[in-house]
Design a protein around this ligand. Sequence first.
Ligand code: UTP
Length: 415
Amino acid sequence: MERGLEDVKSILKKYGQEHLLNNFDNLDEKHKNELLEQINNIDFELIHNLYNSTKQKKEKNTDEITPIDYLDKYKLNDKYKYYESIGKKAIKEGKLAAVTMAGGQGTRLGHDGPKGTYDIGLDSHKSLFELLCDNLKEEGKKYGVTIPWFIMTSRENNEETVSFFEKHKYFGYQKDKNIFFFQQGELPMMDTEGKILIGEDGLIKLAADGHGGIYESLVKTHMTKKMRELGVEWVFIGGVDNCLVKMVDPVLMGIAIDKGVTVACKSVVKANPHENVGVFCKRNGKPNVIEYSEITDEMAEATDENGELLYGESHILCNLFSIDAIERMGAEPLPYHVAFKKAKYIDKDGNLVEPDSPNAYKFEAFLFDSFGEVDDMAILRVKREEEFAPVKNNDSAGVDCPKTARELYKKFYKL
Ligand code: UTP
C-alpha cells in the first residue's frame, strides 16, 4: 500500500533513515514522486537486518561438505545417443527457452555500456549478444523451431540494452514474439554507518540484487507465465559473458528428463586444483556450490580412485531448470551476500562524493544458493574449450578477458 509523506517520515525515523528526505523540498514533482515510490518499495526490516549482518562476526562454518556425482558428457558411451534423442524430441516440440542474464554491472571489464554490447575483437566485430544469438539461431534451425529468448536487464542498463537490440533489428528475432526483456530487482546501497545512500539524481542509490534475483524476477515480471503460454517446460539460464555458451543442449535436456530431476547443470573440470572458481558439492546432503575461499587445500587436492578431483566440477553459470523449479525458487528470497564497493553519493550537505576506495555495502543473491531447494540434480561435465570462454576482466588481467575469449571462440569455430 502506498504510504503518504507523514507515514513515510515515521518509517524513516523508525529505521534511522530520515536523511533520505533531506533534499526532498528541492526536488521537482516527478523526482519527489519517484523518491517516495522508492521509499515505499524498500523493505526496511530486510535492509536493517542486512546491515546488522555486516557487523556480525562470521561464525565458524559447520556445514558438512561432501562430493557430488556427475556425468561426463564424453564418457556416456551408448547413453549419449539415448539422452540426446530424448532431448531432441523435447526441443523439436518447443519445450525449451533460453534466458540470458545481462543485468550485471561488468565492473571488472570496464566497458562503457551493457556487457552484452561488447565487441570481443573478432573480424566480424559482433557483440556478445550477437554471438549468443547466432548460436541460438543455428541451433533452432537444426530442430525447426525458434528458441524463445528472455533477456534479464537491470534498471541501469535496460534502456541501452533494448535500444541496442532495436538498432540491430533484434538479430532477426521479434520483440514480444520470441524475444522478451525483463528487469531484475534492486536493493539500496548503504554506507558503513548503515545509512542508505542517495545518488547523484537525488534518488536512492539502488544496485542490482545479483544473479540470484533471476528466479524472483522471472516470476514477478510474468515471464514464467509467458513461457508456459509458449509451451515451454525447460529453461536454460546462462550468463551474457560466455561467448561459447551452448544454450541448446539435447544431451543435458535428455538427462534431466530421463532422470526426473528439475535442475541440470553443466560443469567444466577445474584448470588446476587451486583455480579460483566455485565447485559443485553437497552441503548438508543437498546440492550446492562451494566457493574456492571456503575449501581447504586438502579438499581442493583430494582425488578419487580414478585420479579425478573430488571437488573439481566448476560451476560455469550454465544451468537448466524446469519451470516448476524456477517458480518454486522464486517464491522465497535467497540469502544475500555482502560486497564492499565504490559508490558515488550525495552527502548530508548536498555535496557529491566520489570515493577512491570502497565505501558502500551492496547486497547480492547468488543463483546457486537455490540449489539446496532440490533434493537432487544432474551435473554434466562438458569440455571447457567447447563451452566456456568468459569475458570477465580487461586484457591486462590476462585471464578470462576479451583476448582469451576471442582465441577460444576462433579456435572452436575454426575462424
Ligand atoms: P558476474 O558475477 O561476473 O558479474 O556476473 P558482472 O556484473 O558481469 O561483472 P563484475 O563482477 O561487475 O565485474 C555473471 C553473470 O550474471 C549476470 C551478469 O550480467 C553476467 O552475465 N548478472 C550478475 C546479472 O544479470 N545481474 C546481477 O545482478 C549480477
